[in-house]
Design a protein around this ligand. Structure first.
Ligand code: GLU
Length: 555
């Protein structure tokens, strides 16, 4: 007759360390009460998902504001789903978004005393815990083949019972130790399952920081905790890692909520303190009136890189994600324009329960506000960094003459309410093209949209007068007064109001005059404030452009 220790030794003959050894190697962290240890635990299965970034930002924020520790752990035990190199890429992308952990997996290396932080490097640790669970009869080898499990699933479907490996359906659970040892010695393949003591009809009480007090059915499933490839499943790895890395608060996507009873049972079985949990809402999208999860395959917005490519500033994107995190964030930021995200106090109570709806307009709002607040030179630097990576055409314009570009980006920045010209960096090229050749000439050759109700000869006269008399090295106000005088010289009223009151007396108003100048200099009826455009273009270029127009008008 064999005992459980024989079984444990047969399965893990080389494992000599004990739980106590692990406790000593990974002692409780020396932190004050209230300091939270949080983590972000991505799997290396592809690009950085917007929902994952959201989760990581919350974990980081909670740790930072409690003066705790935020670490990153790479959950790479599902080798079939792993995409080569994506662990490293995730770290690089997280860094772009400022998600830099205090310790943990950092791509090409790791930092911290609670590692390794990559699950595939932790097999030895998992084995110690599994060996212990086998030795106390709370884990056992399961010899069921895929075919056995398929047959079980089908029979459960037919008899309409809850599917899974549990209770009377857990065939290998009640094998005698001798039988288990025999089968192993015969070389029968097996996995290790957790032996649940739960009853689905009983309820357990758990607190979730987002969802509050919950009453959930106990776990009764004997889930696989250790696969035949020598690696644990997520459930078991989470138990071991979050315990020995001394996580105090698990923040993760709400898709893990149904697993919570299982996780609670695992922690209780080990007599370890159950961490606090916060299951975060999934980011949804409105698709033909129906709410659905952002899909990796269908939605561009699912990948954080999409927003970088499209030219949204990182900070604005983070601000946007915080509106999903806390319903009061937007108002707080409006009321405290000078404060930064770091100053915002995040609370789980203010997190929405239903999946948050992705709202691109809100992102645009934050982005516009942010870009409007940048100085010309900051905008130049940011646009340069963006375009270097994503828009060579714009990049070439910027580096050709950084000063010139900075002047363009500085237009009306000195005003109290700076213009909100740009939603994202990718808007810039289209809006500044007219400052540059050969864009300007190409645009001119497509025709200039002068008001057809005004005689071309009049336009020519106005433009000539403009180029000969108007000095723009004066204040904006003075310049505009002079423009009014010029308008009057050509029979245009000094204001729209005056024109409207005496339509017969005038050809139009100063606005029409400004439009002629604007079109000649920029090819368009809409442009930034013309006074600033003049100052940027300078005498020679103004002359060239105005005479180009005059010649076209005279043709
Ligand atoms: N690796 C899991 C995932 O990517 C993480 C879940 C967790 O944070 O515990 O969904």
């Amino acid at each position: 007759m064999h005992n459980l220790m024989d079984l444990a030794n047969l399965i893990f003959p080389d494992v000599e360390m004990t739980l106590d050894d692990l406790e000593k190697r990974y002692p409780p962290r020396n932190l004050d009460d209230g300091c939270e240890v949080t983590r972000f635990a991505p799997s290396p299965t592809g690009f950085l998902h917007t929902g994952s970034l959201f989760t990581s930002l919350v974990a980081q924020k909670v740790a930072n504001q409690s003066k705790g520790v935020f670490y990153i752990r790479l959950e790479d035990t599902d080798t079939k789903r792993e995409i080569e190199g994506s662990g490293n890429d995730l770290i690089k992308q997280l860094k772009i978004f400022g998600v830099i952990p205090d310790e943990g997996y950092l791509g090409d290396h790791e930092e911290g005393k609670y590692g390794p932080y990559k699950q595939s490097a932790r097999a030895d640790i998992y084995k110690i815990v599994i060996k212990y669970l086998i030795s106390i009869g709370r884990a056992y080898p399961c010899f069921c083949s895929h075919e056995d499990l398929d047959a079980l699933r089908m029979s459960q479907e037919v008899s309409k019972v809850i599917p899974g490996y549990y209770g009377g359906y857990a065939k290998c659970r009640n094998f005698t130790i001798d039988h288990q040892i025999d089968l192993i010695k015969q070389g029968k393949p097996y996995v290790i399952r957790f032996k649940s003591m739960g009853d689905h009809n009983n309820k357990i009480e758990v607190d979730d920081l987002v969802r509050g007090h919950l009453l959930l059915s106990e776990n009764d499933q004997d889930i696989v905790i250790f696969k035949s490839d020598g690696l644990p499943t997520y459930h078991f790895a989470h138990l071991v890692d979050d315990h020995f890395m001394r996580t105090t608060l698990v923040t993760r996507g709400e898709e893990w909520l149904p697993s919570l009873p299982l996780h609670v049972e695992l922690f209780k079985t080990m007599e370890w303190k159950v961490p606090k949990y916060a299951h975060l809402p999934v980011i949804m999208k409105l698709d033909n009136g129906i709410r659905r999860k952002l899909s990796k395959r269908k939605d561009n917005e699912a990948a954080c890189s999409f927003f970088l490519q499209d030219g949204y500033p990182v900070y604005a994107f983070k601000q946007y994600l915080f509106t999903i995190a806390n319903s009061n964030y937007e108002e707080w930021q409006r009321d405290n324009k000078d404060l930064k995200l770091d100053d915002f106090k995040f609370t789980f109570e203010k997190m929405s329960l239903d999946g948050a709806l992705f709202d691109i307009d809100k992102l645009k709002y934050f982005s516009k506000e942010l870009l409007a607040s940048y100085s010309g030179s900051k905008m130049k630097d940011a646009a340069k960094e963006y375009s270097k990576e994503y828009n060579q055409e714009l990049y070439q314009l910027i580096v050709k003459d950084e000063n010139y570009f900075t002047q363009i980006m500085s237009i009306e920045k000195n005003k109290e309410n700076p213009r909100k010209d740009y939603e994202k960096y990718s808007d810039i090229l289209e809006k500044v093209k007219f400052f540059y050749e050969p864009y300007f000439s190409n645009m001119v050759s497509e025709g200039l949209p002068y008001n057809e109700n005004i005689d071309k000869k009049v336009i020519v006269d106005v433009l000539k007068d403009f180029v000969e008399t108007l000095n723009y090295s004066v204040s904006e106000q003075e310049w505009f007064n002079n423009l009014k005088l010029l308008a009057e010289r050509h029979n245009f009223a000094e204001s729209n109001k005056v024109y409207k009151a005496n339509k017969n007396q005038y050809l139009g108003s100063v606005n029409d005059v400004a439009e002629m100048v604007r079109i000649s200099l920029t090819t368009s009826k809409q442009s930034p404030n013309i006074y600033y455009v003049l100052n940027i273009l300078g005498d020679e270029e103004i002359n060239r452009r105005i005479y180009l127009s005059i010649n076209m008008l005279l043709k």
